[in-house]
Every structure is written in C-alpha cells, then in structure tokens.
Write a protein that binds this ligand. Structure first.
Ligand code: FAD
Ligand code: NAD
Length: 405
C-alpha cells in the first residue's frame, strides 16, 4: 500500500510548525509530506511593522524554506493555491494540482478594509514582505522628494495610521524610531513631519489593560504622535483620508502622503470560496482542529477559529495560537496514521507583549504586567523563542534579536 499523503498549504507560523514537527514525528515509511507556499521563503509576520517602517531590513524577517525544513523529507512546492477541491481531495494551484489524503490549511490572513471607500486603492497594509517593503520605499521616496520635487507639499510628510490596535501601535512605535533618521538623511526639519493615528474607539488598544494602553499612548504622544480617538476613517483618496468623529455631522479631510491601514484582518478567502463551512470566513475547527465538515482537513492559524469552553468570543488570531495549533496538528496526524485517538486542543495563553520601537514596550506575561525596557526585551525573547522552536539554536543565532539588545 502507498504512503498516506499529507499536504500543508501555507508556510506561515501554523504551516511551518506543523511541517517541521511532522518531519520529526513521522518516518519516510509513515507518510509523504508536501508543503506548498507562494514564496520560497517563510517570513515572520510579527516583525513586518519593523520592515514597513524601515527600522529593520525586510531580509531579517524572512528565511528560505529550504534552510529550515529538511527537503529530503519534505517535498516543497513553490506555487499559489487557487482553490481546495475537497470532494476530490485535491488542491488546485496556479501551475497544477496536488492530491492529498490529509490536508492542513494554513493560508493565514488578509487585510480587512470593511468595504471602506478607496482604502484598497490608496492605503497600504502590513501583511507580507512585499507590502512592508512597499511601505518603507514609499515613505523614503516621500522624504527623498520633499527637497527636490517642485510639486512637493508639506502634507507629503504627513503619515496617517488607521487603527490603534496592536498592529497600529507597534507600527507607530517603529515610525517614531525611524523618522528622526529619515529627517537627518534628507535634511528635513522634523517639525514638518506629522504622524496621525485615527482610531474609531475612544481609546488606544481597546482590548488591552488600560494602564498599559495609556502608557503606550503617553509614550507615543511624547514622541509627537497625534491620536484622533473616537474617529473613524471613512474614505481614502490619493490625497489622504476623510475621517469622521463619532456623532459629528461632517467629515474632516486629513491630507497625507502616506496612509497605512491597520484597522483589522480577516482569514484568507480560500476556505470559504472552496465551500468549507466557515464562521466569518474562518473554519470553526473541532476539538482536534479539523474542519467540521471534512475529517481529512485540519486548519491552523488565522484561517481557523477556536472558541474557549466558556465565553462566546473566539481566541484572537495570533502567531502564539497558530504555533500551538501547528504542534497539535502534527501530533494528531501522527495519531491518525498510527491508528491512535487524536488529542483535544487546549490553548495555553502565555500573554501579550507589544513593542513600542526598539527600546520600549508594554505587555502581560503569565499575568505579570511589564512596561518600558523590560517589555521590549521580553518581546525579543518571544521572537527568538519561536526561531528556536522552528529551526533550533542555529536559526535563532542567525536570525534572532537578542544579540541586538
Ligand atoms: P501567516 O503568518 O498569515 O502566513 C500565511 C502563509 O501562507 C504565508 O507564507 C503566505 O505567503 C502563504 N499564503 C497565503 N495565501 C497563499 C496562497 N493562496 N497560496 C500559497 N501560499 C499562500 N501575533 C502574535 O502572536 N504576536 C505578535 O507580536 C504579533 N505581531 C503582529 C504584527 C503585525 C504587524 C501583524 C500584521 C500581525 C501580528 N500578529 C502577532 C498576528 C500574527 O502575525 C498572525 O496571527 C499570524 O501570522 C498567523 O499565522 P498563520 O500561520 O495563520 O499564517
Ligand atoms: P485589530 O482588529 O486588533 O485592531 C484594529 C483597530 O482598528 C481597532 O482598534 C479598531 O477599533 C480600529 N478600526 C477599525 N475600523 C476603523 C476605522 N474605520 N477607523 C478607525 N479605526 C478603525 O487588528 P490588528 O491590530 O491588525 O491585530 C490583528 C490581530 O493580530 C489581533 O488578533 C492581534 O491580537 C494580533 N496582533 C498581535 C500583536 C502582538 O501580540 N504584539 C501585534 C499585532 C497584531
């Protein structure tokens, strides 16, 4: 009899951890393993706000997949998934198709613009190495042009960030680190630069501990960030954005050379378009992380949604949960192949830490609150811990952050 074929689609946190662990848990006689990803590299999504602001080079966030997985054990295919044909157990790719006995869907997230006019066309979003690189280059171009282009306007030096969730606040932290250097490089008076954050809720970091969120807000304001709270982005145009304060009658225009939307994410459109049962586009996985309507399909990361035993709100989409799901899916696939019962997913919430640039941060780790430099250091520990799990000490030393402390 031929080996069962395991196919993993998407080399994000969930897909990579599933693949690396499967390669360790199953021998070549147990199963064939194939990983598909649209790029030949894996990137750290959780570092993209840094690459977007230009505080780190985007190459620091990515690594070639062949340098992390054992390509003698795992067959890697660089291609884009177009659709999952679950009835025929096939995945349709841009350049072909692959059959599977077990599928792991780890296609991650897309930016959610909620249908706001002009956002997809005129605002950037931080979602991949390519989009982060585009943001960095655009900002740099605006600064480089300011003293050279006769049509340059002061508003070219205004940056608007839409949303003050964790992505928005972390990006603002990087911008305030980066702007002084850009001003020096392009001979620009820093007083001419405006960084404006527009957040619909009346506070920054709505779901976070209030004292820590206020610390983040005060720190960013001390570095020049202007917060427009209780204000929604209503439209983006080539010249900036239109915003409206809650209960205000009229919209206000903010002219800006750069608009970065961090107002929300949604799951990859592929599971819903392929006919899977979804909840707001995500697969509401069973206890052992399978699709409720297909025993042969597992889902990990931002395409999956897990509800706690108590409470109606699902766990938020994070790298932290994606990694834990990947670990369990690898074990459950091994159990299925060995004819053993599968295990249930139990999420271990370790906490949340947000950076505010290189030297500042806020966070809660195992119920202990952190702010300032200890939080910034903890964020680097978390980043390096993932690299250690993914590729061992070698990868951590090559790509990690702690040697930059
Ligand atoms: P992703 O990381 O989204 O990766 C999906 C992979 O699939 C990518 O490699 C992509 O190229 C590939 N792919 C997508 N579509 C296709 C296709 N059609 N064909 C082939 N390949 C495809 N979470 C935390 O826990 N801590 C943090 O500090 C943190 N910081 C963040 C900072 C930012 C700026 C952002 C945007 C998010 C952050 N998050 C953080 C959330 C976290 O990044 C996501 O929850 C996590 O990346 C989800 O992982 P994933 O495995 O689902 O897939
Ligand atoms: P989010 O949904 O958490 O935050 C989006 C913010 O945008 C919200 O505060 C919302 O009120 C605001 N918003 C929405 N529409 C708006 C509008 N029209 N005008 C103005 N403001 C508007 O999205 P995110 O910050 O990208 O986070 C996505 C996921 O990634 C979350 O699960 C988060 O926990 C995770 N994440 C974690 C970290 C970390 O752990 N350090 C960092 C970044 C992201």
């Amino acid at each position: 009899m031929s080996n069962p074929r395991i196919l993993i689609i998407g080399a994000g946190y969930g897909g990579m951890i599933t693949t690396v662990n499967l390669a360790k848990e199953l021998s070549p006689d147990d199963a064939d393993i194939t990983l598909v990803n649209k790029h030949n590299y894996h990137y750290q999504t959780t570092w993209l706000h840094e690459a977007a602001a230009g505080t780190i080079h985007h190459d620091r966030t990515r690594m070639l997949i062949k340098n992390v997985i054992n390509t003698n054990r795992v067959h890697f295919v660089q291609d884009s998934v177009v659709k999952i044909d679950k009835d025929n157990k096939k995945v349709i790719l841009k350049n072909g198709e692959l059959s599977y006995d077990y599928l792991v869907v780890g296609l991650g997230f897309e930016s959610n613009t909620f249908g706001i006019k002009g956002l997809s066309e005129h605002a950037f979003s931080i979602r991949s190495v390519n989009t982060a690189r585009k943001i960095r280059e655009h900002i740099e171009y605006k600064f480089a042009s300011y003293n050279n282009d006769p049509d340059a306007k002061d508003s070219d030096l205004t940056l608007v960030v839409g949303g003050a969730g964790l992505s928005g606040v972390e990006f603002l932290g990087e911008l305030v680190d980066r702007i002084p250097g850009l001003c020096r490089e392009y001979d620009i008076d820093q007083n001419k630069v405006k960084i404006i954050d527009v957040e619909g809720m009346p506070m920054v970091l709505p779901p976070f501990e209030r004292d820590l969120a206020e610390y983040a807000q005060r720190y960013l304001e001390s570095k020049g960030v202007i917060f427009k709270l209780g204000t929604f982005i209503k439209e983006a145009t080539p010249d900036g954005v239109f915003v409206q304060k809650k209960d205000a009658e009229k919209m206000e225009e903010i002219k800006a050379g750069t608009v970065v939307w961090t107002g929300g994410v949604k799951a990859s459109h592929i599971p819903a378009d392929s006919g899977f049962k979804t909840n707001r586009g995500k697969i509401p996985v069973t206890d052992d992380l399978r699709a409720p309507d297909d025993d042969h399909v597992f889902a990990v990361g931002d395409v999956a949604v897990v509800f706690p035993a108590e409470g109606k709100r699902p766990y938020p989409p994070t790298a932290q949960i994606a990694v834990q799901e990947g670990e369990l899916v690898a074990r459950n696939l091994k159990h299925l192949i060995k004819g053993e019962p599968t295990e249930k997913f139990v999420y271990k919430k370790r906490g949340t830490v947000a950076s505010l640039g290189n030297h500042q941060g806020i966070g809660v780790v195992y119920d202990k609150k952190l702010k300032g430099k200890p939080a910034a250091a903890m964020k680097k520990v978390i980043d390096d811990r993932y690299l250690l799990e993914l590729g061992g000490v070698g990868l951590m030393l090559r790509k990690g952050k702690l040697n930059f402390l």
